[in-house]
Each structure stands twice: as C-alpha cells, then as structure tokens.
Design a protein around this ligand. Sequence first.
Ligand code: AP5
Ligand code: MG
Ligand code: ZN
Length: 259
Amino acid sequence: MAAKRTYLILFGAQGSGKGTQARMLQEWLGVPQVATGDLFRANLGQGTELGKLARSYMDRGELVPDSVTVAMVEDRLSQPDAAKGAIFDGFPRNLAQAEALDAMLAKWNTGIKAAVYIQLDRDQLMKRITGRRTCKNCQAVYHVEFNPPKVDGVCDACGGEVVQRADDADEVAVARRLDIYFEQTTPVIDYYRGKKLLKEVDGSLSIETVQQAMRAAIKPKPARKAKLAAMPVKKVTKKAPVKKAKPVKKAATQKATRK
Ligand code: AP5
Ligand code: MG
Ligand code: ZN
C-alpha cells in the first residue's frame, strides 16, 4: 500500500526565511518541518555525540559531513509524525545530499513535490541574520526589528528564553556560511530547476506575503482540490438529511473537478 506522501524543499541563503516559512507551512501541508540545523542544535543542547561533532563544524560556519547529516535525516523521516512527508529546511545543501535524498525517497516510490527558492540579496540577508533571535526551547524564530516576541526575551509560543544563535554572533562565520551557500547550494538549485521542480519567491516581502506566494507556488490546484474535498464533506453531511437534491449535484461537481 503506497500512502500518499508530500516532500517539499525550501532553499534560500542563511537568513532568507526558510525556518520562518517552514514552521507556517507545517499545519497547512499536514507534514512536519525537518530542519537539519535545528536537529543539530537540539543534539547540541542535549550534549549527544552527534551534537558535539556537529558543533565543531557549525561554529566555523562549515557543513557537517554528508554521511552524518544524511543518516540523521533518514532517522528523522522514519518517525511516525513524518509518515506523510516532510518540509526540508536546510537540506539538501549540496549535490551529494540531493542524490542521497532522491535515493531515500525512491524507497517509498516517491519524490520531491517542489523545491521553493526564497530569493534575497546579501545586504538584506546580513540584516536578517544579525537581528535574528531564536527560542532556546522550541526554536521559534524572531527578529529584533521585523518580528519581535511580545515580551522581550520570552518566546510567544512556549515561554522559553529567546536568545541569539551562537553562529549568528560571529560575523566571520556568518560570511563563511554565505560563501559556502552560494558555492555549494547553488548547483543544487540548478539540479531541481533541471527537474522542473523549482519555484522561486521574492523573500524581501513581508512574512505573510512570502507565505502566500509559497502556498500559491507549491500547489495551486491541489490546494483548491483539498478545499473542495474537505469542505463539502462537512456541509453535505449536515445538509443531506434536509435536502436530497443538492448533495447529488455537489457530488457530481466534485467528481468533475477531480478529473
Ligand atoms: P541552519 O540552521 O540551517 O542555518 P542556515 O541555513 O544558515 O539558515 P538560517 O537558519 O540561518 O536561515 P533561515 O533561512 O532559516 O532564516 P530564518 O527563518 O531564521 O544551519 C546551521 C548550521 O548547521 C550550518 O551552518 C551547518 O554547519 C549545519 N547544517 C545545517 N544543515 C546542514 C546540512 N544539510 N548539511 C551539512 N551541515 C548542515 O529568518 C531569518 C531572520 O529574518 C529571522 O530573524 C526572521 O524573524 C526574519 N525574517 C524571516 N522572514 C522575514 C520577512 N519576510 N521579513 C522580515 N523578516 C523576516
Ligand atoms: Mg533556519
Ligand atoms: Zn519557544
């Protein structure tokens, strides 16, 4: 039995808003965000061996070795909440990871639905990164100017402490992350463009506008289909006992839309 799965990739340089957008997409798509940076930071916070290993790379703004990253993603995808798919944030970051992901998904006879590229220029990226603040507990993302928590230093979502990420505080490491991004991740974008899966959105707009653009880019038809499929079910159930003729027409419309 091949269950329908949805796998989406978010691309964009550091600070482009992948994490911010991925968290908003989770509920809409019904699949969890899988953010490799967040997973490494969670391991780091728990003092695991994986966390210790990752830290040495993250502090320098370099990529954690592919074998470690791919194994971690595979483990994450095997967890029950990811049974229907995932939104990748920060993965794949080079061609080797992209190929490893294809191989992983091929095991479930599935592939990537879309790869969304959030575009932003380097000056704006620096401003986003230097002003970013993150919840130590749930990793919710804030910005001192653009998206501050309601109470300074306290997470709106969980009440956790909101702090600056260690790798955001070091300007040399930030610049290195950007260099590596443009060097290694740009070919991955071309890889998905070649497969006709790439969608591009303007990351300089407001958080809500970017989110809308993303939803429109990801699945305009399925979104409408999902709405049609989901909403009439409730309405028809309520109205059916009263009026017999209308549900028949609606069912016919639904059938036609599905084709
Ligand atoms: P990771 O955690 O993935 O960091 P990153 O790629 O550097 O991306 P960021 O989290 O910095 O940016 P983002 O796009 O999520 O932006 P955000 O939403 O926060 O990786 C960290 C490290 O882990 C790497 O350097 C590497 O060492 C390692 N690693 C991770 N993945 C790996 C992999 N696959 N392989 C190997 N190593 C790996 O937004 C930024 C700020 O802007 C926030 O303050 C936000 O509030 C604000 N903002 C967002 N959108 C808007 C908007 N539209 N308008 C105004 N402000 C906005
Ligand atoms: Mg992020
Ligand atoms: Zn929190």
